[in-house]
Write a protein that binds this ligand. Structure first.
Ligand code: SF4
Length: 311
């Protein structure tokens, strides 16, 4: 298990001469034995947050703030030290759409070996690869196949096995079920739950709060680069406070309810020049005049909410 603490994290991208504030003063923590979900719509900064923790942001990104993993500050760490001690060994990531990045001209086994070589793994390669394959429920015979010979669900399991090969304590999974059919989605969630039960901490990044609620004890709701609500999953699921969280939950279809899904109108603000007040102002059904000011961070039973309604 691993403890993760993110304090006042800011990530900016320089793009076409413009400064894009992708992650804006984000703080949260995840203790030993906890799994966390980060939810929000496309472009809210949730993937950037995961990439910042893995220190794999592109060259046009600048990062400020602090990320502590088991008490060690990772942002000032040179990349060689991070690769040697942390990346893939303490924390690894299943990147969004990663199953499409499997190289079509190499067998799965060859691609596992590349990872072990890259990380200077000194142990028995065969044993490590077979252990990783077993932990995701794949037969060893899959190792001799090329990516086009296996299904989407198997490819995603291979990607998860690759992320687990050096036995990290934490896995960041970015939209691991997107683009899979519902049955395969359910199988991947069962696998993640099994891995969690075996002691892996999981940070699940998804636009789907329903999926996050299956696995996470804590959740952060991201909107336009900020975490607008954070707390225990159960508290937030049963008693959401921020109007954006309420809208996200209202967008989940429920089998036993005939209630119509209420779409959220409008778009998030531009992150090139975000408004100084509440970023949800233009879409919020409860917006007030004072919401044009930066919303306060109000303490809740298990976290916080950024909204003037809860002042
Ligand atoms: Fe809505 Fe105001 Fe709360 Fe923002 S601060 S979410 S505009 S009520």
């Amino acid at each position: 298990m691993v403890t993760l603490s993110v304090n006042d994290l800011v990530v900016r991208y320089q793009s076409q001469g413009k400064d894009v504030q992708a992650v804006d003063h984000v703080s949260f923590s995840c203790k030993d034995n906890e799994s966390i979900g980060i939810a929000g719509e496309s472009g809210c900064g949730k993937s950037t947050l995961g990439l910042a923790i893995m220190k794999t942001l592109q060259g046009n990104a600048s990062v400020a703030g602090e990320i502590l993993l088991d008490g060690r500050s990772i942002l000032p760490m040179p990349d060689t030290e991070f690769t040697k001690e942390i990346r893939w060994k303490k924390v690894s990531m299943v990147f969004q759409g990663a199953m499409n990045s499997l190289d079509p001209v190499f067998t799965i086994k060859k691609q596992f070996e590349e990872i072990l070589k890259k990380h200077n793994f000194g142990g028995d390669h065969k044993q490590a690869i077979e252990y990783a394959m077993s932990s995701v429920g794949l037969a060893h015979s899959v190792l001799d196949k090329y990516p086009h010979e296996i299904s989407g669900g198997m490819k995603q399991r291979v990607i998860i096995a690759m992320a687990l090969i050096l036995k990290p304590k934490m896995l960041i999974a970015d939209e691991p079920t997107t683009a899979l059919d519902v049955l395969v989605q359910a199988q991947i969630m069962i696998l993640l739950k099994k891995l969690k039960k075996e002691g892996l901490s999981i940070m699940l990044i998804s636009h789907d709060l329903g999926i996050i609620s299956e696995i996470a004890e804590k959740v952060g709701i991201m909107y336009a680069g900020q975490i607008v609500e954070f707390g225990n999953m159960e508290d937030i699921y049963k008693n959401p406070k921020h109007p954006y969280t309420i809208a996200l939950l209202d967008s989940i279809p429920k089998l036993n309810e005939t209630k119509k899904i209420i779409p959220l109108k409008g778009n998030p603000p531009s992150l090139v020049n975000p408004p100084s007040g509440c970023r949800f102002y233009d879409r919020c059904p409860q917006a007030m005049e004072k919401c044009k000011k930066e919303p306060p961070k109000i303490k809740t039973a298990s976290g916080f909410v950024m909204c003037w309604l809860h002042e």
